[in-house]
Design a protein around this ligand. Sequence first.
Ligand SMILES: Nc1ncnc2c1ncn2[C@@H]1O[C@H](COP(=O)(O)OP(=O)(O)OP(=O)(O)O)[C@@H](O)[C@H]1O
Ligand SMILES: [Mg+2]
Length: 542
Amino acid sequence: MEATTSAASSHEPPHTNTNTNGHDASVNQNTPQTVSAPDSSAQEVADEEDSGLDDIFDENDDEIGDFGPDGEPDTSRNYNRQRSLHSNQQKPAANTFNSVDDQISALSKHASKIRLDDVKDGQERDKDKADRATSEQVLDQRTRMILYQMINRGAVSEVHGAISTGKEANVYGAVAYPDIHGPPVQRAVKVYKTAILSFKDRERYITGEHRFKSGADKGNNRKMVKLWAEKEFRNLRRIHSAGIACPEPIQLKLHVLVMDFLGDRKGWAYPRLRDATIPADDAEQIWMHLYIQLLGIMRRMYQVCKLVHADLSEYNILYNDKQLYIIDVSQSVEHDHPRSLEFLRMDIKNTGDFFRRQGVDTLSDRTVFDFITISEGVVEEPGLAQAIERLYASRSAAADDDTATAEQEVDNEVFRNQYIPQTLDQVYDIEKDAEKIGEGKGSNLVYRNLLADQVVQPNEAEPRSSEDESDNGAALDSDDDGSSEDESRFDKGTPRGHRFEDKDEKKNRKQAVKEAKNERRKEKMPKHLKKRLVATTSRKKK
Ligand SMILES: Nc1ncnc2c1ncn2[C@@H]1O[C@H](COP(=O)(O)OP(=O)(O)OP(=O)(O)O)[C@@H](O)[C@H]1O
Ligand SMILES: [Mg+2]
């Protein structure tokens, strides 16, 4: 995932594991090392390798492939499948050491099917990087064993060169024959690095995520990476089940994830949105179409999958033929995560900035935020696109384009600095806010959609002015599904409360609240001030 944010984490890098994990160029990637009795001088290394392979052959910790409709594992189906898978295999002998040894030798026959140097010409954006990956960062023994197992089970038949090599993961192209008599299909294999130093930034995604309740063991890289891979698998499953374009997850084992390949039949991966070539003739129209498509995806992801991507940008969206594909969802959080709305706001900013750079007349961040979070309304195409068109149509008919743009930039800046409470516990001053709602000024509250069904009785709800209509997503068609969905936010979320904020966070939040209040107090901002603010904000780089 890209480091698209600078949100500082106060946590120390959690890893203490300095295990090289086979990141040793001297190890021949195609010749699996069999683990023999630790009688050499490299006893420590052998011990490490040995202990490092047990879990790979552990039947109770096998790969995930079966998931229920909610994207969570279906344990009964999984169990049955495991039984049948293993029924043909040699039962572990009493001496587990020998059995691991045997399994390694048995799997080694697949060694020639992993050909990482087989990089498609021009496939890799940075071919040098890919070459480096094959020579320096050869797969460690554990990863090779997992790949052999996957080959053995047919999830892939051959693993080829790197499509991408990154800080946290490498993605390889692969081929599989799901149907013996059928044609080959392309697959992608994402291998998370177990020796990475960048977990620090990930802490904020885990804290408060109920699917990580058992706690991530920060001292254990392997466990952490396994959790991330599992999270990506589950999230992909959920997103795919919701009909959002993304790679279908096929199989997961520890830190290795096999998924659908997003690319053409010849094995060319689709470009990232950032690198997409849009025909100049239709550019304006296509970019607009893609922007609207993405807003629909974000709403659908939030309302149907109950997920916030949390690293959404032109780097984690692939593009082909006017279609966007969402990838890289290991850090995506549940909508009741204590910081999900903050992450959502960041996603909105990053994607909005990108589309603005392509010349798209974007909606304000606040409007998009409301469009995504309001629970009433459509969650499917073509209704989503129509709802967005209505938002455009009813957008305040400002005198001229320049003024509208200036106003939007100011509004974006204010919105980006506003404190977003995630639960009622986090509301800064509930009495004041309640007063505001009573006075019909509730539409200024960033979290008004969270309150709509819960706090304000329907008949007491603030009357919406026509301008509010246009700015709060109310123009969505109401299909009345999931109207009380938001309740879960209050039940499930881990209330963070201000006492858990560190000093800087508190200061920033208070400052943001103060600024936001000052901002709102002004009925209308004097023109000269507005100009100055716009000038400084538009100079700011993302
Ligand atoms: N299913 C897929 N089909 C085709 N290409 C893919 C697929 N998944 C990933 N890729 C390619 O691999 C790249 C990296 O994938 P991804 O964004 O999931 O990894 P990452 O977590 O960002 O890794 P890192 O942060 O280490 O770069 C993507 O930009 C994309 O080009
Ligand atoms: Mg990425």
